[in-house]
Design a protein around this ligand. Structure first.
Ligand SMILES: [Zn+2]
Length: 349
């Protein structure tokens, strides 16, 4: 969320104060919904490691994560698993919150799980099966590492000479954005091939990062046995499903479910669409999720869960949580102010 410099945020903070005084009626009742599903990726210990800030949006620290749990405890939310959400989430007196993690990072096991146990919080972990299979290329981490280690980068990219200065944090951040675009938005070859090309230029193992950061199948099995955890599916290779053929899109969804079920020996009932926006997961994908017998599926459409979602369990909205969100932001979410501003186009994040 781009919250740092916006005057809109100050306006929203004032709105939150007003809403606290008035109890938030009627916005809270309309946009606050029956509950919220929160989305996380990584939970990492506090550290002083040098970072490129625009590459750290998928991470929260353990201290921050614990504060998020405490916030929802303090405000008397019911903590639900996705199973419970489907069965009783729409008839509760209290609002609910459901915690979810995407992709399958090792730190979910070592740093999030202990906190979930401490506070008795159930959660879903949506696994991309290429993570424990070590087939994903986390190229954005490789780009970050290369930039952090160098003051200047010179290389050839499809025959064109490229040169970037990256001495200061600002320069490093700018260079990261530029190289990220070269790989993500290039038109020659596929993203994967462009990522491999970058790794080859700088002599980096393209799979080094995934080996270090992804859960192993053994860790996934251990997690699946924990009463607080539901392992869900998140595709095989994390593609943009809507860009695939019918057959490929269906296979990405169904094969990830079957593979995880085989590995953990349990039914997998919950799915998370990769990237998960309206452009990346279309009604065709909702239908595929239904055909695969998923009970629920989550998007990244940022909104509260409304009563009306009871009949749309395969397109549940989720709120992405990042370190820039402080208590004020959570107040605004609780009162439905951010959701209201998003729905009427006042803010675009
Ligand atoms: Zn993902």
């Amino acid at each position: 969320m781009k919250e740092k410099s916006s005057g809109k945020i100050r306006a929203m903070q004032m709105a939150a104060k007003y809403l606290k005084l008035t109890g938030g009626f009627p916005i809270r009742n309309i946009y606050g919904g029956v509950g919220q599903i929160l989305m996380f990726h990584r939970v990492i210990p506090e550290n002083n490691r040098e970072r490129i800030w625009s590459n750290s949006y998928l991470e929260v620290t353990t201290g921050y994560f614990e504060k998020v749990i405490q916030y929802y405890k303090k405000h008397n939310f019911e903590f639900l698993s996705l199973d419970e959400l489907a069965s009783k989430g729409f008839s509760l007196k209290k609002k609910f919150v459901a915690f979810t993690f995407d992709d399958g990072f090792k730190d979910n096991f070592y740093h999030a799980l202990p906190l979930m146990r401490k506070y008795d919080v159930p959660f879903s972990l949506y696994l991309t099966t290429d993570f424990p299979d070590h087939k994903s290329i986390l190229w954005w981490n490789t780009v970050e590492d290369v930039i952090l280690k160098n003051h200047k980068l010179s290389f050839e990219w499809f025959g064109a000479p490229m040169q970037f200065h990256c001495s200061s944090p600002d320069e490093k951040n700018e260079t990261f954005g530029a190289i990220h675009s070269l790989i993500q938005e290039g038109t020659q070859l596929t993203i994967r091939e462009r990522a491999l090309m970058f790794c080859q230029i700088f002599g980096v193992d393209p799979y080094g990062s995934i080996k270090e950061l992804a859960l192993s199948w053994d860790e996934v099995r251990q997690l699946s046995k924990d009463n607080l955890v539901a392992i869900g599916a998140h595709s095989v290779s994390h593609p943009v499903l809507s860009q695939l053929s019918d057959e490929d899109s269906f296979n990405e969804i169904s094969q990830s479910k079957l593979r995880i079920e085989k590995e953990i020996g349990m039914k997998v009932s919950h799915f998370s669409y990769p990237f998960g926006g309206k452009k990346e997961a279309s009604p065709r994908e909702y239908e595929f999720a239904r055909k695969c017998n998923f009970e629920t599926a989550v998007t990244t459409v940022s909104a509260s869960v409304m009563k009306s979602h009871q009949t749309k369990l395969l397109q549940l909205p989720r709120i992405a949580v990042g370190m820039s969100m402080q208590e004020d932001t959570f107040d605004l979410l609780r009162f439905g102010v951010i959701q209201m501003m998003r729905s009427n186009g006042t803010v675009s994040f």
